[in-house]
Design a protein around this ligand. Sequence first.
Ligand code: ADP
Length: 349
Amino acid sequence: MNAAGTGLTVEAASHSYGSVPVLRDVSLSVPLGTIHSLLGPSGSGKTTLLRLIAGLETLTAGRILISGQELAAPGRHVPPERRPMGFVFQDYALFPHLSVRENVLFGMPKMKTAPRRERLDHLLRSVGMLEFAHAMPHTLSGGQQQRVALARALAREPVVMLLDEPFSGLDARLRSEIRQLTLKVLRSERVATLLVTHDPQEALLASDVISVISNGCIEQTGTPHELYFCPKTLHVAEVFGQANRFEGTVKSGRIATPWGPVEAPACDEGQRMTVLFRPESLLLNPQPSNGSTPGRVRSTCLRGETCDIEVTLPSGETVVAAAPSYAGWSPDMTAHVSVVRQSAILLPT
Ligand code: ADP
């Protein structure tokens, strides 16, 4: 990819507040027209990285580039207003005394009246707010205000968009609707988007690429599919949901589990490994089937579409299966547990 297509690049950025290091050797690259999520718990350094990219903190180690142009490096600091980027935060921060159209026009660079008007209409239309152009912010719902905030952030024609937990103040149904709209608009405007979130479901739904960050370090970067199905550490695996865990030793290229051996072709003979099965990989049946293990249902927990069923196996281990909610499992029933063996996740212990 050429430099102009790279959007945002962060190379080996580190940062300390005083003598306390909060970011260590962080690298990521966000191509134009894609969404990259930064997923981590509170205190992991997400906001600090956004502030460094925005130019609100001074970088002391590493480099930050947009479209191949260096904006931050030791001894170099392009001020925030000269960086081609937009921001959307959880609190929409619209100017309360300006109408919707005035809020969006505020961010727009100087240009002739006709193209300015055209761009304004285009932005308001793309976020579905054209008919509210003359409304004042306090008359709008939270979701509408968030859409105006997006249009205003796009008015500068940014190369990079920084989204800091922008949907977390919205209720569940609205959150999903606004998220879909926001990401669609950002993709169609060919913006390189960095989305900060602590919600793994949101990261899986929204992203082309996810970086899991903990204690100021990026633990793994990959597509949602890679992170969910091929995590490199137990921590990354557990970030995306619970997993049933078994430990074993590689013998003849296989590891034993309660359901028979799973293939471990890339592992060394004698290596200790952890085998994970996600709850949806465990199948429950009232009747025994080939390779199933009998167990007793200990508890059930309705999640909505699925129900978490805890089952105690003859070995005394308790596993969790995600069964369809209509299946009607209840405590003390006998459940025969089988697994989708090829869904096993293997990690060095
Ligand atoms: P996150 O956004 O993931 O919650 P932050 O980047 O806000 O994480 O914080 C990372 C760490 O840096 C935390 O331990 C936090 O207390 C500390 N920190 C954040 N801002 C400052 C600051 N201005 N001065 C000193 N420490 C800070």
